[in-house]
Design a binder for this molecule. Structure first.
Ligand SMILES: [Zn+2]
Length: 251
């Protein structure tokens, strides 16, 4: 597909200038957009690694991007060293390895980037099931077990309340865990889940503040993939890495 470049902030620039610093740390976060192409690192037909995706992602951040196979749960993987996609089922990655780049995929679910001044970083994929399961709290706990004290977060694009009609029973389930403030309405007045607010509520329990939002609603915004609005099979990605020299790495 050919697209014409416009002044949209996530599509008009490329390279490191698109990255944002996470709070006061030396960690950077970057979200791929639909204009970068899908970021799913495995080929659908055989589950093998996709060299085309790897090449496109490394043009954005020239490190191996570590993904896991996301399952809407609360398992956190600790990444010991820079690596490509891991054949493990989990929904969050945490690392203290300075050369690692950890990433999660989304097409409506919230993608959260986390970092601490101690050099421990993480990413998490959180839909409503993951939030209820406590994936964000598990991720922050794991970062603290590796030496993080104060943790700061950025929130990537996700589906927003105006587009996220939600069943009343499921809304009760989420509100029972995260509080009644997650109850919202769609633009047509139907019951809705406020997913960004749910993310903030979950992080607040772990004493983590969101310092920036890197994109808006996946369903009504043009720059993102949305499974719910368009049945997209592709995914955008949120990557986090530390902006520090890596011994032995290519410059
Ligand atoms: Zn929307």
């Amino acid at each position: 597909m050919t697209t014409t470049s416009t002044s949209r902030p996530f599509s008009s620039s490329s390279g490191p200038s698109r990255a944002v610093r996470i709070g006061g740390t030396d960690a950077q976060a970057l979200v791929t957009s639909s204009r970068d192409g899908g970021a799913r690192p495995w080929r659908d037909e055989d589950g093998a690694g996709d060299p085309d995706v790897e090449r496109r992602l490394r043009a954005l951040v020239d490190r191996p991007w570590t993904f896991v196979r996301q399952v809407h749960g609360d398992r956190v993987v600790v990444v010991e060293r820079p690596a490509g996609p891991l054949d493990e089922e989990a929904d969050a990655l945490v690392t203290a390895s300075p050369g690692a780049c950890v990433a999660v995929l989304g097409a409506d679910c919230a993608l959260v980037g986390l970092a601490s001044a101690e050099g421990v970083v993480g990413v998490a994929h959180a839909g409503w099931r993951g939030l209820v399961a406590g994936v964000l709290e598990r991720t922050v706990e794991t970062m603290r077990s590796l030496g993080a004290s104060e943790v700061e977060a950025v929130l990537g694009p996700c589906i927003h309340a105006e587009c996220y009609e939600f069943g009343r029973d499921e809304l009760d389930t989420v509100a029972a865990v995260l509080g009644d403030e997650v109850r919202a309405e769609t633009s047509s007045g139907r019951p809705a889940l406020d997913l960004p607010l749910g993310v903030r509520a979950s992080l607040a329990r772990a004493s983590v503040a969101v310092t920036a939002e890197l994109g808006g609603c996946t369903a009504c915004g043009a720059d993102w993939y949305s499974y719910r609005a368009r049945g997209d099979g592709s995914r955008h990605a949120l990557a986090v890495w530390r902006d520090v020299p890596v011994p032995g790495a290519r410059s």
